[in-house]
Design a protein around this ligand. Structure first.
Ligand code: HEM
Length: 337
């Protein structure tokens, strides 16, 4: 990133350069240690009811009208809303966080055009100013949200600086956004294309945890890991990676490695007694075996319209996208047919 000649003038590249995903130990170790004090499973667990109600409120209009777009009317709204809630961002600010996250997400590519970077720079500056304000507010009255937890996190001698707090908030909103919305979109698509397996899931919600692991393997939202840059000659599995080489590990290929997986199809949950071991990260923070009485009634039952949405070209993110505006008449649950 620092090799990009635009680095000095770009708020986005500089902000990315401070983020957990782009730094090495010992800085990475230090940040992870502080963050894991605040970002605990309990913090996420507290959101369970909020998420259930949010999902219900997004499904209501789809059910009432019998038509809609599962990406733009449903999947799109979940990640930013939930992460904002997690961080303690006031509801009236969720929409702008969505816009800023969307602008920044387009820069998570191996090649970023000037136009996309300029839009992301504006969003990054606005995001950072916003979080500086929110951090100041929280410092004067800590709450039970994650931002307050991050402000308070310390190991007696060390705590996150204001810049680190801002980067962490923006990272969480960015890292959970494209990943989760695309997992929801492509997972639903896989199910719609495999009605027998969908029927099994509707009948036995306990299969969901394994199914989400399988969606991650079958259609991983993150196709290629964050690019690595060899600081010295290094040998990986007998292959020399010379100093200075940029390495992109292709998670999507590893997830379909024929030496490891029988067939790249959804539905391994059916026979798999254990979730398939996937190089994608475990979905335990995103998946929840539904303890949701309405699950069966509300799981997708309307057939897809047959429209063919696109998979916009990207080396990093598998984006499940709605087709051109004329495709707005898609039947419910058909967003990625
Ligand atoms: C389907 C959902 C998700 C997928 C597929 C996914 C995928 C990934 C991958 C592949 C990485 C490693 C990137 C690399 O080093 O090359 C990563 C890192 C990370 N993700 Fe996610 N992610 C998901 C959801 C989330 C959510 C919801 C959050 C936060 C709210 C999040 C926060 C992070 C953070 C902070 C890192 C950096 C960890 C570190 O470097 O120590 N992710 N994610």
């Amino acid at each position: 990133m620092r090799l990009d000649p635009r680095f000095e003038g770009s708020a986005t590249l500089q902000s990315l350069g401070r983020m957990l995903t782009f730094i090495d130990p010992p800085d990475h170790t230090r940040l992870r240690k502080l963050v894991s004090r605040a970002f605990t499973p309990m913090v996420i667990d507290r959101l369970r009811i909020y998420i259930r109600d949010l999902v219900g409120s997004l499904l209501d209009p789809l059910e009432e009208t019998g038509t809609g777009d599962l990406v733009s009317d449903f999947a799109d709204h979940i990640p930013v809303t939930v992460i904002c809630e997690l961080l303690g961002v006031p509801h009236e600010d969720h929409a702008r966080c969505y816009e800023w996250s969307e602008a920044i997400s387009l820069t998570v590519e191996y090649v970023v055009p000037d136009e996309a970077l300029n839009a992301a720079d504006e969003a990054t500056s606005a995001y950072e100013a916003y979080f500086r304000g929110l951090i100041a507010e929280r410092r004067s009255a800590l709450g039970d949200d994650l931002l307050s937890g991050l402000i308070a996190a310390n190991d007696n001698t060390d705590r996150l600086t204001e810049d680190e707090l801002v980067s962490m908030a923006v990272l969480l909103l960015g890292a959970g956004f494209e990943t989760t919305r695309n997992l929801i979109g492509s997972g639903l698509l896989a199910m719609l294309r495999n009605p027998a397996e969908l029927a099994q899931l509707r009948d036995d919600p306990s299969l969901i945890r394994g199914a989400v692991e399988e969606f991650l393997r079958y259609e991983p939202p993150v196709q290629t890991a964050v690019a690595r840059f060899a600081l010295r000659d290094v040998e990986v599995d007998g292959v020399l990676v010379p100093e200075g080489t940029i390495v992109g590990a292709v998670i999507a290929a590893a997830n379909r490695d024929p030496a490891r997986f029988l067939r790249p199809r959804p539905g391994r949950h059916r026979s798999a007694r254990q979730p398939p071991r996937s190089p994608s990260p475990p979905a335990s923070t995103t998946a929840s075996a539904p303890q949701w009485p309405g699950w069966k009634a509300r799981s997708p039952s309307i057939p897809p319209s047959g429209a063919s949405p696109g998979w916009p070209s990207s080396m990093t993110i598998r984006r499940c996208a709605t087709p051109a505006p004329s495709g707005r008449t898609l039947a419910a649950h058909s967003a990625c047919a």
